[in-house]
Design a protein around this ligand. Sequence first.
Ligand code: EPZ
Length: 419
Amino acid sequence: MERFAIIGGVPLQGTVHVNGAKNATLPIMAATVLAAGRCTICDAPYLRDVTVMTRILESLGAEVRREGRNLSIDTGQIDNWEIPENLMRETRSSIFLMGALLARKGKVRVAYPGGCNIGPRPIDLHLKGLRALNAQITERHGYVYAETKGLRGAEVHLDFPSVGATENIMMAAVRARGTTIIRNAAKEPEIVDLQNFLNKMGARIRGAGTDTIKIDGVESLGPISYTVIPDRIETGTFMVAAAMTGGEILIENGIFEHVEPIAAKLREAGAEVEGGETGIRVRGTGRLVGVDIKTLPYPGYPTDMQPQTMAMLSIAKGTSVIIENIFANRFKHVDELLRMGAQIKTEGRAAIIRGVEGLTGSAVEASDLRAGVALILAGLVAEGKTTIDNIYHVDRGYEAIEKKLQKLGAQIWRLEEPA
Ligand code: EPZ
């Protein structure tokens, strides 16, 4: 198993280029199923989740090729509609294929996506939306079977602005007869990216980025090339890294509007943040002060930035409170931060962080993608050596993060440990 070793204490300096967004790439990979032919997704990141989604598409009959930074996907010969259970369990994103396969093949079978380390991951809103579009859905023996004699446009009100449910319904609705309206839709930038991808294929969608999305069904969609947006969570992660190590980092391709809630909190904590045409520059100006965070759907503070922000607040002056409103169990990183000398108490969805002067390097373990990267950030400021196990979690969402950090001056190494 691989692990990271880090010697803390270096203020990070320099320029970083973030990759294409994981959470835009994955639904767009599913959307290629909607058009028989070869699509190219440009700037698709080299991530474990992208590899798993590639294997899922291949299991359906697609032919996928890596061409440098691009992913070329030919779905012309898709002849299967059952997603292998073992692959379903490796990434939740396979659920996105329900809408696309219903539209393309009129039927789909998926296994219930595995829960993961941040809490239960229900799919009731996905199924409610697809049923509204005239899909007949049965759930038995751990599988979900959906089929339709013809998707029909409908009005769907989401109880919660679920990102995945919004995307799944969009992908089914583009080929439904008539108009679909999604109310209380998720507004994340990745939803807008999916709308732009689908409209380039010939769909007729408007309203992504707002809470109401309208989709007029069309007869057919064509294959295209498309460049995904930069990853706003990777951008935010480097912004926090600059602030908490007291360094200065330019994220040269960061889109300021996508990380505005993160910039606002970093400024409140005492860091300097500038956003413009040449990217986003963050400068740490000494010890930060504690701030309160509530995670909310976009444009609120992103839950995917919560662990990284907690690492930063663990060494800020004063007390901070984090309320995790999106996932029921997204505090797995707390125990590992406590091992490094942080002072944090959790009570349900609340975490109270009493800032300490500094952390001490320890042997810790990643429990999920964002918790893992939070421990890297903690190691970058801790006194002495930190080792992090189970770093395959980090590789799910960050491409060669140790190389990017090394370029910024960090003392971090990826070690191949005997199993
Ligand atoms: C997407 O997950 C992201 N993943 C997550 O990123 C992100 O944390 C999340 O959106 C919220 O922004 C991808 O895009 C691949 P949700 P998703 O449906 O779609 C509840 C990362 O680290 N819910 O918006 O699964 C659910 O339990 C990952 O990159 C239902 O109750 O998130 C949760 O409490 C982690 N019923 C809340 O909604 C449903 O049918 C938000 O879930 C669906 C969701």
